[in-house]
Design a protein around this ligand. Sequence first.
Ligand code: ZN
Ligand code: ZN
Length: 278
Amino acid sequence: MSLRITHLGSGSKGNATLLETEQVRVLVDQGFSGASLERRLKLLDLHPSDLDAILITHHHGDHGGGALIAQRRWGLCVHANARTAEELGLITDLWQPFVSLEAIQLGPDLAVLPVPVPHSGADNVAFIASHQGRRAAFITDLGSWTDELARYVRGCEHISVEANYDRGLLERGPYPRSLKERISGRGGHLSNEQTGTFLAEVVTDATTSITLTHLSDMNNRPHLAESTVLYHLDDRFQGDIHLSMQDGPEFSVFLGEAVDVEKAPEDHAALSLQREGS
Ligand SMILES: [Zn+2]
Ligand SMILES: [Zn+2]
């Protein structure tokens, strides 16, 4: 029994992360068109109608823009807080409201806790998933973090967190000053350095994998994100680090008992980067 985590793609053009246990299959965010979601899931031999539910962090198009499509086209249930549901114009009958810090039971072996995250113009949340005593954090679109968020993320075995921009690239880049200030402000996004500092605060011996997400095309580079974060983590972290780019799925991370890859479809197995002994 394991929790399988597969980023279907991450960045300003769309985000979605697939969480699978033996009993439940859900998406965190649906920022893709219907066709794009179908194509990404097909690479895993899945179809959107195989999903049990979708959880939305906040209403921005790259996270929630495909939620209504998923309700209309496949009748999928969407979990979102009131502000997000209103902004997205969700179909009420297929909407499950949640409030921060109250656990959502998605099935017998998967629950998630929404934790508030500062992000301007949105009621954004991080999700802490828990599966048989193991926890994984999914955090995106924040310009800063709270002690409360750090407390919930500490001790998680897997942490997915955005590393949006390199400070030097943003500063020297072509964006107008006002946009640069919005991105780097308290309600914007995390720089590679901030992500490194945050992770240094929350990574413990329990943390076995980190995935960096939402890298800016214009203002970041994969090697800068990874090296900056690893520099801040120093010897605190001995696990695996992955980067989820816009065109996924590229890999899966497993928490819990190793799965029998021979039983998985070939594409599935090829995409799997399985942690040994975890
Ligand atoms: Zn956002
Ligand atoms: Zn975003």
